[in-house]
Design a protein around this ligand. Structure first.
Ligand code: PMP
Length: 372
C-alpha cells in the first residue's frame, strides 16, 4: 500500500508468475510450461543477418512481417491476425476491448472455475464482473454449462490450464452458436501439443464473435521473446488495434519481429519439437501412472497429476524442490491435491521420475525425513 498509488493499484492483486531460478542456479525447470528445446536455428540466422542500424527507427506498428508468416501458417489472411507482446498482453487487450465494464452492465464474463490464473487478475483490474463455471467430473469443461447463461463474454483455455484437458471443436461450436452476441475467446496457448491437433481457427469463417489467442512461447520455444497473437474477424482485430494504440502502438521491436517471423516460417522444426514433447508426455504419463499417480488425459505440454495417497502434492512439491526439480503447486482448494508438471526433454523426465519414485517409496516406508 502506498499513499502515492491510486485506489486501483492499492487494491490490485497482481498475477504471480512461476518461480524463475537465479542465473547460474542448476535446476530441472518443469514449472512454467516452457519448451526445453532451443528455438528454430533460423532465428539465430535472422539475428546474425539483422542490421542493428535499423534500430534507429520505430518498428512497424502492426508487425506485418509476423502477421504474414502467421497467416500463412494458419491458413488465414494477414488482416485476421493481431500481434502483441506475449499472449498475456493480447488477452489483456481482449478483456479491455470486448467485455463490458462494471457500471455499464451487470453481465459477467464466464470462465471455467479452474483456469489460467491471469483471467481473474484482468477481471479485477478492469472492473469486469465474472462468473466461474464449475468443472465437471474429471476436471472436464461441459459446453452445455455455457448455454443459456447471460454473459458479456466467455474465455476458455483449450486445452485448459492447469488441468491440461481439451474440449472438442464441436463443443466450442456449440458455445459460439449459443452466445452470438458475446465475444468468445479461445486461448490456445497449448493447442499445438494436442494429438490429434485441432484449432478453433477453422471455425472462424462462420463465427465473427470468435477470437482465438495463441502464443510463440510454448510450441515455438520463444517464451523469452514475448510474442503472442489473436486470430479473429477483421471487426474484432480492428477493435484490438484501437485498444493497443490507446496504450502502446509498438508492442514488438524490430528485432523481435524478425525472430518471430523466422520461427513461424520454420514449420518443419516446429513440428519436430511438438512431436518430441508429445513422445515425452506419453513416457511421463505411463511412468507416473505406474507409480500410482492419476491425471486427466493431457493435450498440453504439461500434466496435472495427483500423487498416490502416501504423499501429498504439497509435500512432494517441496521435496522435489529441495532436490533441484521445480514443478508447480497451486495452494487453491479443489486443485491443491495435484502438481502441474511441464514436459521437458526425455532426460529431464527420466530424472524427475527417478526422484518421484524415490519420494513415493520413502513415503510408503514411512521413512520420509525431509524437512518441511
Ligand atoms: N494462456 C495460458 C493458458 C497460459 O498458460 C499462458 C502462459 N502462462 C499464457 C496464455 C501466456 O503466455 P505468453 O504471455 O507467454 O504468450
Amino acid at each position: 500500500m502506498s499513499r502515492f498509488w491510486n485506489k486501483k493499484i492499492n487494491e490490485a492483486k497482481p498475477y504471480v508468475a512461476g518461480e524463475q531460478p537465479k542465473p547460474g542456479q542448476k535446476v530441472i525447470k518443469l514449472n512454467t510450461n516452457e519448451n526445453p528445446f532451443r528455438p528454430s536455428p533460423d532465428c539465430s540466422e535472422a539475428v546474425k543477418n539483422f542490421d542493428m542500424g535499423q534500430l534507429r527507427l520505430y518498428p512497424d506498428t502492426d508487425s506485418v512481417m509476423v502477421c504474414e508468416a502467421i497467416a500463412e501458417a494458419e491458413g488465414v489472411l494477414p488482416s485476421n491476425v493481431f500481434v502483441g507482446n506475449g499472449s498475456d498482453e493480447v488477452l489483456a487487450l481482449c478483456f479491455q476491448t470486448f467485455f463490458e465494464k462494471e457500471g455499464n452492465t451487470d453481465l459477467p464474463v464466464l470462465t471455467p472455475e479452474f483456469s489460467y490464473s491471469f483471467y481473474p487478475v484482468f477481471e479485477r483490474f478492469y472492473d469486469i464482473r465474472s462468473r466461474k463455471i464449475p468443472l465437471r467430473e474429471g476436471l472436464r469443461i461441459e459446453a452445455e454449462d455455457y448455454v443459456g447463461v447471460p454473459n458479456c463474454g466467455i474465455v476458455i483455455a483449450n486445452p485448459n490450464a492447469p488441468t491440461s484437458r481439451a474440449i472438442s471443436l464441436e463443443d466450442i461450436r456449440k458455445i459460439l452458436e449459443a452466445n452470438k452476441d458475446s465475444v468468445v475467446i479461445i486461448d490456445e496457448a497449448y493447442a499445438y501439443f494436442a494429438e490429434p491437433y485441432e484449432t478453433a481457427v477453422t471455425l472462424l469463417e462462420d463465427h465473427p464473435n470468435l477470437c482465438v489467442v495463441r502464443t510463440l512461447s510454448k510450441s515455438y520455444s520463444l517464451a523469452g521473446l514475448r510474442t503472442g497473437y489473436a486470430i479473429a474477424s477483421e471487426e474484432l482485430i480492428e477493435g484490438l488495434k484501437r485498444c493497443r494504440d490507446s496504450f502502446n502502438s509498438y508492442p514488438l521491436g524490430r528485432l523481435e519481429q524478425v525472430i518471430a517471423a523466422a520461427a513461424v516460417r520454420d514449420q518443419a522444426y516446429h513440428s519436430w519439437t511438438r512431436q518430441e514433447i508429445i513422445k515425452n508426455r506419453i513416457y511421463t504419463v505411463e511412468a507416473l501412472e505406474s507409480l500410482g499417480f492419476d491425471m486427466p488425459e493431457s493435450s498440453a505440454n504439461f500434466v496435472f497429476a495427483r500423487p498416490p495417497k502416501c504423499i501429498s502434492a504439497q509435500k512432494l512439491y517441496k521435496n522435489l524442490k529441495a532436490k533441484g526439480i521445480l514443478v508447480r503447486y497451486f495452494d487453491t482448494e479443489g486443485i491443491n491435491d495435484r502438481l502441474r508438471i511441464t514436459i521437458g526433454t526425455r532426460e529431464q523426465m527420466e530424472q524427475l521420475i527417478a526422484q518421484v519414485s524415490k519420494e513415493v517409496e520413502d513415503a510408503k516406508a514411512g521413512s520420509d525425513n525431509t524437512q518441511d
